[in-house]
Ligand binder design. Structure first.
Ligand code: AMP
Length: 292
């Protein structure tokens, strides 16, 4: 595996693979790698000739009072994990390498999807995400880029950016990896105390309850949201940020369930902010739909 912190090094490695006719697959991450990241990499490994993974905690997507400084970092362990996962190129740039002139003057406007929900709670977050993803796409030139449904709104924003800006890459969505008790695997889970870790599955339980109600015929989103909030409200260590039900494609909130939709939740468990979501399929819920 080639490990480089250098933009030119990354660009050259990917160009060489393309010149040999290989498909380039790309998995952008912020490191502190876990089973969720591994599942994206495994899918890329199956489908692509060269697999590139970036590890970069992108300052642009963190607000001033967010956890940029304390975001979990473990570069040596991450590089060893990427090696074992059969990755070809690991890109581990510094912030100066990515932003040599400081904050970029030209950034990518994520549009209305980027203002709602996570964008409302974290102003500027999706502008930071879109800007770094566009830069990374420019360096890697991937045919396929792999994103987790765990961050469903990020996936929707990136898809929209790729469509609206005609970027020549296929965005591949990958299902959420979960712990045995349903908690979505996340780098931030490492910061939970034992008591908080016990409380954290309340996010998934509230989503699972919504999915169960939908399977039973419930279509009123007001009822679904009240039930979700109730489950989190029973947990003394949890503080709800939002619950929402959106149309899967437009990511607009809906009042009644008609087509493919998604239930979303964000909550603080102690001082750690967690997010999760599940698909809602009127007529049947499938967390891990078969690949097409
Ligand atoms: P992050 O390092 O948190 O920025 O995540 C990098 C990529 O991994 C993003 O596309 C995430 O959506 C994805 N990811 C994070 N957690 C999970 C998970 N539990 N299951 C599947 N994908 C995930």
């Amino acid at each position: 595996m080639e490990v480089t912190g250098d933009r030119d090094g990354l660009r050259e490695a990917c160009e060489a693979a393309r010149a040999e006719g290989q498909t380039v697959g790309f998995v952008p991450t912020m490191g502190a790698l876990h089973a969720g990241h591994r599942s994206l990499i495994a899918r890329a490994r199956e489908e692509c000739g060269l697999v590139a993974v970036s590890i970069f905690v992108n300052p642009l997507q963190f607000g001033p009072s967010e956890d940029l400084a304390s975001y979990p970092r473990d570069p040596d362990r991450d590089v060893a994990l990427l090696e074992r996962a059969g990755v070809d190129v690991a890109f581990t740039p510094s912030a100066d390498e990515m932003y040599p002139s400081g904050r970029p003057e030209v950034t990518v406007d994520p549009g209305p999807i980027g203002e709602r929900l996570e964008g409302g709670s974290r102003p500027g977050h999706f502008r930071g995400v879109c800007t770094v993803v566009a830069k990374l796409f420019g360096l890697v030139g991937p045919s396929r880029a792999y994103f987790g449904e765990k961050d469903a709104q990020q996936l929707a924003v990136v898809r929209r950016m790729v469509t609206d800006l005609d970027l020549p890459v296929e965005v591949v969505p990958c299902p959420t990896a979960r712990e045995r008790d349903g908690l979505a695997v996340s780098s931030r889970n490492a910061r939970l105390s034992p008591d908080e870790r016990q409380a954290a599955p309340c996010l998934y339980e509230s989503l699972a309850r919504a999915a169960w109600l939908v399977e039973g015929g419930e279509r009123d989103v007001g009822v679904l949201k009240a039930e979700m909030a109730k489950r989190v409200g029973m947990e003394p260590l949890a503080r709800l940020d939002y619950v929402a039900v959106v149309d899967e494609d437009t990511f607009e909130e809906v009042d009644r369930l008609r087509g493919r939709s998604r239930a979303l939740i964000a909550a603080h468990i102690g001082s750690t902010r967690l997010i999760d979501n599940v698909p809602l399929r009127p007529g049947g819920v499938s967390e891990n739909p078969p690949r097409d």
